[in-house]
Design a protein around this ligand. Structure first.
Ligand code: MOS
Length: 745
């Protein structure tokens, strides 16, 4: 860890620069886009079987309905590359063909696409389509088909599905204290406020897609691969995204349908998925069974750890979640056995969602660790501190920084943790049982390739362009701050432009790598301009020779350094140009390969459980987090608070329920898919350590977006245990799970 450099803009709680545009409605989300030509409106007709074939589809009534321009089915859809083709482009960039044949891959898959003048007409016509199916033998329930489980080739969040360190069986057998616990975590949907939405328009053979996605470059590949066209003919435009949480990492059926229909009709086509459609034509997190075995010495030293997970992978869509990822990173243990297994199932696409791996992995592992601490008769905070590793437990890699213990201690202080073994049910207020719990938050820190272009004009106005997205996280704002810092420029003189594949290519938003990766590219682009100015100024005026480039400020169109000032215009006139231009580029280097890099946190919760009804209320949440250098105190805090709220939802509310007879989700709206609302969320206390990790990137920052969700769920679950003396091992925890286990008062 290194000292923080002194800064003027980086770290400041600058208000969102795009805030006024958002609150006045000037910010155009994908479905808000209006071009010269009025768009026709699309509506998806979903399959009502989970697996099989469309044997007959009657479209005549829909075609004859008012306002309908197109009814597209597998019988008349344009040819596309088969779904999954060009797998080299990864799951986000491979072919996402729709309506390519009579096969139904999952319940809710599009079987027809209606395009009409208005949404009402399209929706009405959708109801006139008659489909006959031939269902076949299908797999919906991964656990019923466990015999067919396999180790996924690629895993999100871990290099290998299997990890073995030492001899787990032998060490576990000799451990004085052991735990063997099987947990169930729920299927979930990202439930972003903005649904998946697209406006597609063609100009000759050039396609422009206004689509709600987190990563533009892979979306471009997906359209090019699916439609078999040159990527250079695909432009993706996404200036604003109303929440992603992983669900918009890739493109979905509505985007491809809109592009196909727009080409057929030779006019723009707009579609926003309905909330119900998002639950099948958007991705979800699948439910998992996780068996955790832990062994410790009598005095609470963790010796053996096994974490075995089983979940579904949707057929033909290669994604599996590394639920044991936090297990491999949190505590020292001489023996470790990790197994990730999946079963291919005919279900809607399973994909990344909010801290893939850690969100559901800390939920179970931190519950198990807590249970073992109690079993050993050791304060759960002490137990965690006692098992701090020197190196990354599974790999033996050195850590770039390791501040987990500090986070746990500072979190404990913030919360007022009272040490001592838990005595469940000991704390009461009337008929409320009060419990307190804690958990570790840990999340890998990543960097991805990114480029950025910056241009400073003679009046001292800077524009910055890159195909990064702002998914509500504050990207516009932090990139403005980074540019302001690098050039000594007022943020009001800076225009950051994002969300267009015409701009330099970036990694987009995902995996909490966006800010550090693209921020570094922006800072390098601006540094290049700064160095050019100083070098050129020195040619005009020898006084400028040897000035420290970090001291440069751009003020009122002048380059200014301690007592020296030169008009940008005079420098440009001497060069013969209109502006200074800089490009910045970043790639993950050796420090990301060789070192184990993480963001950390210690999260504490207090809950009450009603002794009569089992109702759980979270009364307090407090967390101390280290995500390296904080780029904006306000947006970083918001990220952590939002994450903690999702953690609360994972512990107590969020659950997508599948009807296993059909492979269909049943609670497909926000009335029945419960996310935490204001009334559910207590006072959130957030402390940020604000450190600096030069191994992460030159800015010293680390991933923060997904950190808050990690640890919060299990802190709540551990508090529920402390209140009641009962662990359900099933998430979310429902009050009916507790009812039979509440202590008699
Ligand atoms: Mo994140 S689940 O990689 O958007």
């Amino acid at each position: 860890m290194n000292d923080q450099p002194t800064t003027k803009w980086i770290g400041q709680p600058l208000d969102r620069v795009d805030g006024p545009a958002k609150v006045t409605g000037a910010a155009t989300y994908s479905a808000d886009y209006r071009g010269d030509q009025q768009a026709a409106i699309g509506f998806i007709v979903e399959a009502t079987i989970g697996s099989g074939k469309v044997s007959q589809i009657e479209t005549a009534d829909a075609e004859a309905a008012d306002g309908v321009h197109l009814v597209m089915t597998h019988q008349n859809a344009p040819e596309q590359a088969p779904f999954g083709d060009n797998a080299d482009a990864g799951r986000f960039g491979m072919s996402h063909a729709v309506l390519q044949n009579d096969e139904v891959r999952y319940y809710g898959a599009p079987v027809a696409f209606i395009v009409a003048d208005t949404l009402e007409q399209a929706r009405h016509a959708a109801g006139l389509i008659k489909v006959t199916y031939q269902a076949d033998g299908s797999v919906f329930d991964a656990f019923e088909h466990e015999d067919d489980a396999f180790a996924p080739d690629s895993l999100d969040g871990a290099e290998e599905a299997d990890v073995d360190k030492g001899d787990f069986d032998a060490v576990f057998a000799e451990s004085a204290e052991t735990l063997d616990a099987t947990f169930h975590t729920a299927a979930q949907h990202a439930a972003a406020m903005e649904p998946h939405a697209t406006v597609a328009e063609w100009d000759g053979d050039k396609l422009t897609v206004h689509i709600a996605v987190q990563i533009l470059s892979s979306a471009r590949k997906a359209f090019a691969n699916t439609l078999k066209i040159d990527p250079a003919n695909v432009r993706i435009v996404t200036p604003f995204v109303g929440g992603g949480f992983g669900s918009k990492l890739g493109v979905h059926s509505e985007g491809v349908l809109a592009a196909l229909a727009a080409r057929k009709l030779q006019r723009p086509v707009r579609i926003a998925q309905t909330r119900r459609h998002v639950f099948s034509n958007g991705p979800h997190r699948t439910n998992h069974r996780q068996r955790i075995r832990l062994g410790a010495s009598a005095d609470g030293k963790l010796l053996s750890v096994a974490h075995e997970t089983l979940g579904a992978m949707s057929r033909d869509y290669p994604f599996a979640e590394a639920a044991a990822s936090p297990t491999m990173a949190s505590y020292a243990a001489e023996a470790m056995k990790i197994r990730h297994r999946v079963v291919a199932a005919n279900i809607p696409h399973v994909d990344s969602m909010r801290a893939p791996g850690e969100a559901i992995g800390t939920l179970t592992y931190e519950s198990a660790i807590d249970e073992l601490a109690v079993q050993c008769g050791i304060d759960p905070l002490e137990f965690r501190l006692k098992n701090e590793p020197e190196q990354e437990p599974a790999s033996g890699k050195e850590f770039s920084t390791r501040t987990l213990a500090r986070c746990l201690r500072e979190g404990a202080e913030l919360f007022g943790w009272e040490k001592g073994p838990v005595k469940p049910g000991a704390s009461r207020e009337g008929r409320l049982l009060i419990g307190r719990g804690l958990a570790t938050a840990i999340r890998p820190n990543m960097m991805q390739p990114a480029e950025a272009a910056a241009e400073l004009d003679r009046d001292g106005r800077l524009s910055v362009e890159l195909d990064m997205t702002d998914i509500g996280t504050g990207t516009y704002t932090i990139l403005t701050q980074i540019a302001a810092e690098t050039l000594g420029l007022d943020p009001n003189a800076i225009a950051v432009r994002l969300g267009d594949t015409d701009y330099p290519k970036t990694c987009g938003s995902g995996g909490s790598f966006g800010a550090g990766s693209t921020g570094t590219a922006v800072s390098k682009a601006c540094a290049l301009i700064r160095d050019t100015i100083i070098e050129r100024a020195a040619r005009l005026d020898s006084d400028w020779a040897g000035v420290n480039s970090g001291d440069l400020r751009i003020e009122n169109g002048n380059a200014v350094v301690a007592g020296r000032s030169l008009a940008l215009g005079s420098i440009l006139d001497a060069i013969g140009g209109d502006s200074f231009k800089g490009k910045g580029q970043v790639e993950p280097g050796k420090a990301h390969e060789d070192l184990a890099q993480y963001s950390y946190g210690g999260v504490f919760a207090e809950v009450s459980v009603n002794a009569d009804t089992g109702e759980i209320r979270v009364r307090r949440l407090a967390g101390a987090f280290d995500a390296g250098r904080i780029l904006n105190e306000k947006t970083a805090r918001s990220q952590l608070m939002g994450g903690m709220i999702f953690g609360l939802g994972a512990a107590l509310m969020e659950e997508s329920l599948m009807d296993m007879r059909f492979g269909s989700f049943m609670n497909r709206d926000l009335a029945e898919y419960h996310i935490a609302v204001n009334r559910d969320v207590p006072r959130l206390e957030v402390k940020m350590l604000d450190t600096f990790d030069q191994n992460s990137n030159p800015l010293g920052s680390k991933g923060i977006g997904e950190l808050g969700i990690c640890g919060t769920g299990p802190a709540i679950a551990n508090a529920v245990y402390a209140a009641t003396g009962y662990r359900t091992r099933k998430f979310p925890i429902h009050l009916e799970d507790l009812l039979d286990h509440l202590p008699a008062l």
